[in-house]
Design a protein around this ligand. Structure first.
Ligand code: NDP
Length: 281
């Protein structure tokens, strides 16, 4: 039976540590602040944004949610971001994705100042990550790496296989694991003989968005299986991994819920604290 990599436990520990750090920063006159911009009424986005606000409250970070109408214009959105760029109370800015189709996501993300880009999606931060420089690392892959390290899993020389090549999860996760000296394979919807790749993986990351996609026969016995997926199935939240089958063969596994999702929010808090410190310097 696989050991559980609990994002819930790790994030609870992190909340306590971060609360102490925030109190220390306050004593030094540094007041971290996070602004979240939400465009439209997407129900899942509303939940994510609310959870981010709750996390800020728990550790003592000032938070602000800016709600904009579904039909707001590109100019209105860019103007809002510019104001937040110039606001000294705000150390981090996050625009909740996905945006309504009429808005240009690329332009929106590159309008956020790179030092306030706590999601790590600005091209400057993407470039820094892929060239091994210090920049802001996207929260979900950063959380995945944190979990692996926290569990003491040795990464050097290991075969890592990632299913999914999105800019927000798959690609940055691959870069981070490559930087940790894994041998990395990225799979996607056109990959042939997917299971042949996944069965080689010592570390298998599933970021697909399809419920119960990864089955036990796709997993090498003893592998570390990281389930990034968040899917709704019959009223329940499930991951991309068929948990009950895969836990019988894997060495480690992350549950959904209570796995990577929790760490994503913790890493957002981490990025906001780091941004506040960097701006104070
Ligand atoms: P995207 O839809 O952007 O990417 C999905 C990837 O999966 C694509 O690269 C796609 O390939 C690949 N894929 C789709 N079908 C197959 C298939 N049959 N075989 C192999 N690969 C396939 O999703 P995201 O990366 O944004 O998110 C992935 C999942 O993670 C979602 O469930 C999302 O909700 C969740 N998520 C969870 C977070 C968390 O905090 N836990 C944060 C962000 C996302 P191709 O490129 O060829 O289309």
């Amino acid at each position: 039976m696989a050991k559980i990599l609990s994002g819930k436990e790790m994030s609870e520990q992190l909340i306590q540590e971060q609360a102490v750090r925030v109190a220390q920063l306050h004593e030094q006159g540094i007041f971290p602040g996070l602004a979240v911009v939400l465009v439209g009424e997407d129900p899942a986005s509303q939940i994510y944004v609310r959870n981010k606000g709750i996390a800020c409250e728990k550790i003592g970070i000032h938070s602000q949610t800016i709600r904009m109408a579904e039909d707001c214009s590109q100019e209105e959105l860019l103007d809002t971001i510019q104001k937040l760029n110039n606001d000294p109370k705000i150390s981090g800015i996050l625009v909740q994705l996905p945006l309504p189709k009429h808005l240009n996501e690329e332009e929106v993300l590159s309008t956020i100042l790179p030092e306030k880009d706590v999601d790590g999606f600005h091209l400057m931060n993407v470039g820094k990550l892929s060239t091994g420089q210090t920049g802001v690392v996207p929260c979900t892959p950063k959380g995945v790496l944190y979990m692996l390290k926290q569990a003491g899993i040795d990464l050097k020389g290991k075969e890592a296989v990632i299913i999914g090549r999105s800019n927000i999860v798959g690609k940055p996760a691959a870069t981070l694991l490559l930087n940790e000296h894994c041998t990395v394979t990225i799979c996607h919807s056109r990959t042939q003989n997917l299971a042949e790749h996944t069965r080689r993986a010592d570390i298998l990351v599933a970021a697909i968005g399809k419920p119960n996609f990864v089955t036990a026969d796709m997993v090498k016995p003893g592998a570390v299986v990281i389930d990034v997926g968040i899917n709704r199935l019959d009223g329940k939240v499930v991951g991309d991994v068929a948990y009950e089958d895969v836990e019988k063969v894997a060495g480690w596994i992350t549950p959904v819920p209570g796995g990577v999702g929790k760490m994503t929010i913790s890493m957002l808090m981490e990025n906001t604290l780091e941004a506040a410190c960097a701006q104070a310097r």
